[in-house]
Design a protein. Sequence first.
Length: 264
Amino acid sequence: MSIRDQAIILGNEIVETAPQIRGRYFENDLLKPVFAHYFKRGARWTSMPRPVMADRSFDLTHARTKDPEHVPTDAELDDSDTGTGVEMMFDAAQCLRFGRDVLLNVATEHHALGARWLQRHLGDRFRLHVVHRLDSNHIDTQILPLRPGTLLLRGPEVLAHLPEPLRRWDKIYAPEPDPAEFPDYGPDALTLTSLYIDMNVLSLDEHTVIANSQAPRLVKTLEAHGFTVIPVRHRHRRLFAGGFHCFTLDTVREGSGPEDYLSS
């Protein structure tokens, strides 16, 4: 469902990123007819190297600090040697595009390898800015650009991670989530996102945003800052692990190419 997670559009190029969840390894096969269509029309189409995903392909250091009860120790991992060591694994949803500039969130060694590959691959076509552990994985419940010059942020602490030009943009802080706005699945439920998942809004243009009607305080906050909000009901967003930004992948944009928002 979250088609933005493992593919990113950069200029005229589709980049499929290296999966880091075994159950999602073949997920992008469902998008191949779409990508093939754009390739035939002149788009570049690239895939990061595919990981073997052995136990020791993953850097679990950060995960153990977050959830030591459920993350296996080194002694519990399969000791088979693939010859690769920690592998390149990196999601497109760890990136945010600002025209010619792209933020890359890196929290692990396997993320760092993916970011390094992307930097080498893109060369000087884009300016890449690595931010370290803004989140443990995806970036779009911490920061989202709503329009040029305006950011939606989880809180002021995010600013310290950002390039200096972005710190000067107008800032809207998401209200602290109310657990009562979310379904209660019981203590043993596997909820895959934080309560800030409703920050995952989708900007249609500089004035219009699709947001979850189940987050009324966020809707009012955006409206108070002059946005027209289209409320759409998405009740089980923590089980589906995504919002409207995750569920969409823009492939065609107006304009002659990536804008330069951060040089001025």
